[in-house]
Design a protein around this ligand. Structure first.
Ligand SMILES: [Zn+2]
Length: 81
């Protein structure tokens, strides 16, 4: 349990994040790797566009759905090894 509120990744924004943007840069990441940015409602579109035009954006998920307490087949990487 934590009281920490995830904060939007947009520059200068300190709003609580409500979205997770999952992305991947094929030049530096393996295909199954996912980087994540957090976004508030206001910046979700801005950040998605930033990643989208570069072809990096893979998924946009509500933060509440991303942090699934039970790890049963969520968006996390599949069992490795
Ligand atoms: Zn924001």
């Amino acid at each position: 349990m934590s009281d920490e509120t995830p904060i939007c990744s947009a520059k200068g924004c300190r709003d609580a994040a409500v979205w997770v943007l999952a992305w991947n840069n094929p030049k530096i990441h393996t295909p199954e790797r996912r980087k994540t940015w957090l976004a508030c409602d206001e910046h979700r579109e801005h950040l998605s566009q930033f990643l989208g035009v570069r072809g990096f954006l893979k998924d946009v998920v509500a933060l509440s759905e991303w942090e699934q307490p039970e790890g049963s087949g969520g968006p996390q990487h599949p069992a490795a090894g």
